[in-house]
Design a protein around this ligand. Structure first.
Ligand SMILES: [Fe+2]
Ligand SMILES: [Fe+2]
Length: 316
């Protein structure tokens, strides 16, 4: 598996967007997955049991660090842990849906045939991810509301930005893909027992996301420096807002779960204010933040915005 960093190194060596896109096209042909052909959904070991202790959130992170969660009965801890994954997968497929529509917009007026072709490879892969995520949600039998109403309304605007302001669209893409990729790689590298179905879905996802992340970064690296003053200023201001919203949406405790399990407001506040949790959220943006910084898109005057939204990281 080629990591985003390995792909990035080639870009850093002077490989342009079109050349990278051509290489990614070959990789997508050589290695791609089918949501049903490559996942053994009906294997007995892949059955989803809400009482399975492997769903319990680890004591090292988020809700798992709170006394309230640890005092719950083990089967409730497990069900809640599974429900968090199910909600993340529901939000995940909706994000992939918005992303796929944006890629279609981008491809429609894309003059470079390699960039256009890669946009299609990526959206085909995102469609397979959508199928995997929604199949997992369906099999869990647990309800999941997906994106909150406000974000659903914003989704249409994100799609239209893909053609009119692709640089902003790719910040949105990185805001969704980077935190999830970071979270999945951390879980896969960890020592906790992982349900085999989740492991398989994550393995497929991180393999293909490495290409998507490399493409989004290369797009920004090549095109952002060509922006005029007005668009550049808009990108500088909107980037921390988009990244802050996307990270919380992808990694936070959804309001639906908080209500259903009657998680006290003080516990949610404890999770949000937990330095380890804040470091995790912020760390998941390290790569995109350093890219934007390298491109001069985090000027000093925007730092209070980044800091206020809790996405400035160790530079805070
Ligand atoms: Fe994906
Ligand atoms: Fe992706």
């Amino acid at each position: 598996m080629m990591t985003p960093m390995a792909l990035e190194e080639n870009v850093a060596r002077g490989e342009g967007l079109a050349t990278l896109a051509a290489r990614l096209c070959r990789k997508s042909v050589d290695k791609h997955h089918d949501a049903y052909g490559d996942v053994a959904w009906d294997a007995p070991e892949n059955r989803l049991d809400p009482a399975d202790p492997r769903w319990i959130v680890g004591a090292d992170r988020g809700l798992g660090r709170t006394r309230w969660y640890r005092d719950l009965a083990p089967e409730v801890q497990a069900r809640l842990g599974l429900h968090l994954i199910v909600c993340a997968m529901e939000t995940g497929w909706q994000f992939e849906n918005v992303l796929s529509r944006g890629l279609l917009e981008l491809a429609f007026e894309q003059p470079d045939p390699w960039v256009r072709r890669y946009a299609y490879h990526e959206l085909i892969e995102e469609a397979q991810h959508t199928l995997m995520f929604q199949e997992f949600v369906r099999r869990s039998g647990l309800p999941a509301p997906g994106l909150p109403v406000r974000q659903r309304r914003l989704a249409g605007r994100v799609v239209s930005r893909a053609r009119a302001f692709p640089e902003l669209f790719f910040v949105f893409v990185l805001g969704g893909e980077d935190p999830i990729d970071h979270a999945q790689r951390t879980v896969l590298a960890g020592e906790r027992a992982l349900h085999p179905l989740v492991r398989r879905i994550m393995q497929i996802h991180v393999t293909e996301e490495a290409r998507h992340l490399a493409f989004a970064r290369a797009y920004l690296r090549e095109r952002a420096p060509r922006l005029g003053t007005r668009e550049r200023t808009a990108l500088c201001l909107l980037a921390p807002v988009v990244l802050g919203q996307m990270t919380r949406l992808m990694l936070g405790v959804p309001a639906f779960v908080a209500e259903r399990y009657r998680i006290p407001a003080t516990v949610l506040e404890e999770v949000r204010g937990d330095p380890a949790e804040r470091a995790h959220l912020s760390g998941s943006l390290d790569k995109v933040r350093s890219l934007l910084s390298e491109l001069g898109l985090i000027p000093t005057w925007t730092r209070p915005v980044w800091r206020g939204l809790g996405v400035l990281g160790s530079q805070a």
